[in-house]
Design a protein around this ligand. Structure first.
Ligand code: 7PJ
Length: 278
């Protein structure tokens, strides 16, 4: 298994699980409520996450929560790119851009983004061709349906087989345009077109995706699958989120995408100590 990922000129060490801190720059992001909308607030939030141990900052300008509205390309660029530029100016950190739009990807890549994190796995127009021009890491996430309707009635013939087939097809599509397998990261997409039971089946056996031979990313932080199980509001999901982070890391996830960086870094250090002394 590879120990590093090339991120558009930077090298990310994935010999141990890395923490990706979530930086929402949407006005309607469900758990940050748009409080970090100005550049200075975004910078301060990024700085704190870096101090707390995040090695990746994931900037998102399009809300993908269930039922969210589409964001215009121009608006997304205006939200995301100034924050990306400011972070790259101030900090030596890998910046990931959570987007599904080719123009946002291109702008971001030209301004030093190291990871393209696409919940639509580069299926939108021009995305494959755009990222193929850079040696950037790409996170291919699985989603059934689209954010607007994905939670209506998720259905799988076989949950794991269907998702693995999807990854195989997207990996092939990437390779066809010259994207190397070493650039790719896979993510089962917790909460994206999955029932509560399906989400927990994925978490139980996430290690099954290791057969694809690619680094895995897990995004579980504060999600409904935790809130609905525990009957907790979004600001009361830390214990549940940490538990899922550890379960994912134990099964081989190399990037853990979270809101609560400091707590997750601590939890992963304890896991690492146990794993190392086994
Ligand atoms: C994910 C994401 C995820 C990846 C969001 C939220 C919803 N990107 N973007 N994986 N989730 N790769 O944070 O609750 O699970 S937005």
């Amino acid at each position: 298994m590879q120990l590093t990922i090339n991120c558009n000129g930077q090298v990310l060490d994935i010999s141990k699980p890395q923490v990706m801190g979530i930086l929402n720059v949407t006005p309607d992001s469900f758990s940050d409520g748009g409080h970090f909308n100005s550049i200075n607030n975004a910078l301060a939030q990024a700085e704190q996450m870096i101090i707390d141990g995040a090695t990746i900052i994931d900037i998102g300008g399009e809300s993908t929560r269930p039922g969210a509205k589409d964001v215009a390309e121009h608006d997304e660029i205006e939200r995301v790119i100034p924050v990306l530029k400011a972070i790259k100016q101030h900090f030596d950190v890998v910046v990931s851009i959570d987007t599904s739009k080719a123009k946002v990807m291109r702008e971001a890549l030209e301004h030093g983004a190291g990871i393209i994190n696409d919940v639509r796995a580069l299926q939108n127009e021009n995305c494959l061709a755009t990222v193929a021009q850079f040696e950037v890491a790409i996170c291919l996430m699985h989603m059934q349906g689209l954010p607007r309707s994905m939670q209506n009635s998720p259905h799988y013939n076989n949950l794991f087989d269907d998702i693995i087939l999807f990854f195989e097809q997207r990996i092939l599509a990437c390779q066809k345009v010259g994207i190397k397998k070493e650039q790719l990261i896979i993510d089962p997409g917790f909460g994206f077109g999955k029932t509560l039971e399906q989400n927990y089946q994925l978490l139980t056996d996430m290690n099954k995706f290791m057969q694809l031979g690619l680094p895995m990313l897990a995004g579980l932080s504060r999600k409904s699958m935790i809130g609905n199980l525990l009957n907790r509001d979004v600001d009361e999901r830390l214990a549940g989120s940490l538990t899922t982070a550890i379960l994912a890391a134990q099964q081989g996830a190399k990037i853990i995408r979270v809101h609560d960086v400091k707590e997750t870094v601590d939890a992963l250090k304890v896991l690492d100590k146990v794993s190392l002394s086994r």
